[in-house]
Write a protein that binds this ligand. Structure first.
Ligand code: FE
Length: 186
């Protein structure tokens, strides 16, 4: 099986779960994120990162309502570890940093937190709340922090049950063009 087929299989098997207390499924959410990236002509690297940013939720064993029960699934780290087997840092790091980017924006943009959904505010608290000024400095020292912030904004928009997106297959060429270790997986 190719890596991309494996990724699409994960979407098939686990993507119909509800996205963290929102009115869309995980698959709809990730497709809407990718669509938002594509609409900004963000390029294949960030379109792939947007499509894959919550792949950690397709990999972990926690229930879809784990955040409501006070469990942080740390899906961004799980995603980073899984993705780095096949993709370079320009894809994996924005994904790994997308939760930190929310904490960052809550600190540097006072209005940002008012726009978050209630589910997102709930998970923010589990994830450590807004960043301290030390954490802001540390976050801005990451090579890919700007990309992580862009990804975060697409993530925040991608929760509309009325939005239609292209199917997963539409994104295969984008994934294929940024895959750096196209080994087969078992
Ligand atoms: Fe997300």
């Amino acid at each position: 099986m190719t890596v991309i087929d494996k990724i699409f299989m994960l979407f098939d098997q686990h993507g119909s779960q509800t996205y963290l207390g929102e009115s869309v499924s995980l698959t709809q959410h990730m497709l809407q994120s990718a669509q938002a990236a594509e609409r900004e002509s963000a390029g294949s690297v960030l379109i792939a990162a947007a499509l894959l940013h919550d792949i950690g939720h397709l990999l972990h064993d926690h229930d879809e309502d784990c955040a409501q029960r006070g469990i942080d699934s740390q899906h961004e780290d799980l995603a980073g570890i899984w993705l780095e087997t096949h993709f370079a840092a320009n894809v994996t790091e924005p994904v790994r940093l997308h939760v930190s980017a929310k904490r960052y924006l809550c600190t540097v943009e006072p209005d940002y937190m008012n726009e978050l959904s209630s589910a997102s505010i709930h998970s923010l608290n589990l994830q450590g709340g807004p960043m301290s000024s030390e954490e802001v400095k540390d976050f801005e020292s990451h090579t890919y922090f700007r990309e992580a912030v862009r990804l975060r904004r697409w993530d925040d928009l991608a929760k509309d049950p009325e939005v239609q997106t292209p199917p997963l297959e539409h994104y295969r060429p984008h994934l294929a063009s940024v895959l750096c270790k196209p080994d087969n997986v078992s």
